[in-house]
Ligand binder design. Structure first.
Ligand code: RRT
Ligand code: ZN
Ligand code: CA
Length: 498
């Protein structure tokens, strides 16, 4: 990460807004003790500057933090905010005063003559868009320009259609219609992922810092830095120049990119809008703990360890692992499979299956292995699990070989092998224990299992109920006498589940 100021903002500035008379931060015992409300104390301190609306008052230990928005006749002065820290005894401890002197500014003599509708028309023309994810919204503001200030419309929208998503903010002079300033908050970042590939992804520019915040998908995709500690989520990942090329950045880049790919996979393949099918925000935390050899869904977010460098490298680096994690969330919000014994093994297998279907659908390096991209970085060809041959990693491939002990919640990561093998046979085809299954291909495998998960499975489903759910799903999708339905039934015959 190089250190310099954000350039995309500066490059598009037509008229540099100058903050007139901003006083910055003052600290100390700025006022005498008082029993007035905190907002009044801060207002009184700065009110010689003009009018203020109370934006927010928040408790901060025994203090109160007051945020005021400067306005003139109810019109906000863009960016002119006052923040005050008021101690328990009513003394003002610190104040950031970004209010400006607007009295007698010649530009304000001209009230807005341009209509909001007209301004939005100009905006749409300027950004060359007509199809919006979030429609243009205009707000009349006072906009500081050099030593003057003018009335302007601040207009923002989100556009996804077209080649690049954008979230342009324009300041349009409310008299002349001139563009005073513009910036695209949706920044197109570049970086290097865990596997060393160059990638592009969406970030958000706020102030002069870029954040791993993609606002183009559902309610957003946010990636956090847990800083090799165990308190979560950590801090939203910030970057000064929107180029994510440091070694430390890689885990975050992969988590962010793979979360977006998995979101797109579910949306484009099954029409599912995030794990709750209502656009739930996707949060991921990377650099969890130290040398942590695992990843998990904690009920609200995906969490990834760095690995110890020999058993695993950064776990967010693998799409099948990220899709595995997010599928745990989908399962929680659909079938609700209890994470123990047979229902738990189905829960695990569904995560491996959808992780593998996602890997196929993204179209890079598809295989029937799980976690191969981040497992034993020094050894090639191995993985944490194999769906085609679970036994290669000590997992059962037939119901008769199931683990019946109590470890690992009743063998959820072990007995998943039985279901994984059935899924492999259904998707790929093959002969196992003398039973031949004609493969239906990976996309149909995904459609069948997705339907089983979201329609026919319940919290206490066992392997036998899974067979019924998968066969019924194949019948629903392809017909009751279809080759797909036959293959689905045979895939369970082959692993001894009836
Ligand atoms: S349940 C989370 C899962 C994450 C993962 C998936 C790591 C694939 C690596 C590869 C496991 O399957 N963890 C390993 C385990 O036993 O928890
Ligand atoms: Zn899992
Ligand atoms: Ca894989």
């Amino acid at each position: 990460m190089k250190k310099f100021l954000a350039t995309s903002l500066v490059a598009s500035v037509l008229v540099v807004p100058t903050v007139v008379g901003a006083e910055g931060l003052q600290a100390g015992k700025l006022t005498k003790a008082s029993s007035e409300p905190a907002a009044t104390i801060v207002k009184d301190f700065v009110n010689k500057k003009g009018d203020f609306a109370v934006q927010n008052v928040e408790k901060d230990g025994s203090s109160q933090i007051v945020r005021l928005q400067q306005e003139v006749d109810g019109v906000p002065v863009f960016g002119s905010v006052v923040v005050g820290n008021v101690a328990k005894d009513g003394t003002l401890k610190a104040v950031v005063n970004d209010a400006i002197n607007v009295k007698g500014k010649p530009g304000l003599a001209k009230k807005a003559t341009l209509s909001e509708k007209k301004a939005i028309k100009l905006y749409q023309k300027a950004i060359k868009a007509s199809k919006f994810e979030v429609a243009p919204k205009a707000e009349l503001v006072i906009y500081p320009v050099k030593d003057d200030a003018v009335y302007a419309y601040k207009i923002t929208s989100t556009v996804l259609a077209g080649k690049e998503p954008s979230r342009w903010t324009y300041f349009i002079d409310a008299n002349s219609g001139k563009v005073l300033n513009k910036f695209d908050q949706l920044a197109h970042a570049t970086g290097t992922d865990v596997l060393g590939r160059s990638v592009t992804f969406n970030t958000t520019l706020s102030g002069s810092t870029y954040y791993l915040q993609d606002t183009t998908r559902g309610k957003g995709i946010y990636t956090y830095d847990a800083k090799n500690r165990t308190s979560l989520p950590g801090t939203l990942w910030a970057d000064a120049d929107n180029v994510f090329n440091a070694t430390y950045d890689r885990a975050a880049v992969s988590a962010h990119v793979n979360a977006a790919k998995t979101y797109d996979f579910y949306k484009n393949t099954y029409g599912r809008n995030s794990y709750d099918n209502a656009g739930a925000r996707l949060n991921s935390s990377v650099h969890y703990s130290t040398s942590y050899n695992n990843a998990f869904w904690d009920g609200t977010k995906m969490v990834y360890g760095d690995g110890d460098g020999s058993t695993f490298t950064y776990l967010s680096g693998a799409l099948d692992v990220v899709a595995h994690e997010l599928t745990h969330a989908v399962t929680e919000y659909s079938a609700g499979l209890v994470y123990q014994n047979e229902s738990g093994a189905i829960n695990e297998a569904i995560s491996d299956i959808m992780g593998t279907v996602a890997e196929y659908s993204v179209g890079s390096n598809f295989d029937w292995l799980v976690g191969e991209d981040i497992y034993t970085p020094g050894v090639s060809g191995d993985a944490l699990r194999s769906m085609s041959n679970p036994a290669a990693y000590g997992d059962p491939d037939h119901y008769s070989k199931r683990y019946t002990g109590t470890q690992d919640n009743g063998g959820v990561h072990t007995n998943s092998g039985i279901v994984n093998k059935a899924a492999y046979l259904l998707g790929n085809g093959g002969t196992h224990t003398g039973v031949t299954v004609t493969g239906v291909g990976v996309p149909k495998l995904g459609a069948i299992y997705y339907r089983a998960l979201t329609v026919y499975l319940t919290p206490n489903s066992n392997f036998s109920s899974l067979r019924a759910a998968v066969v019924q799903s194949a019948k629903d999708l392809y017909g009751s006498t279809s080759a797909e339905a036959t293959a689905a039934a045979k895939s369970f015959d082959a692993v001894g589940v009836y």
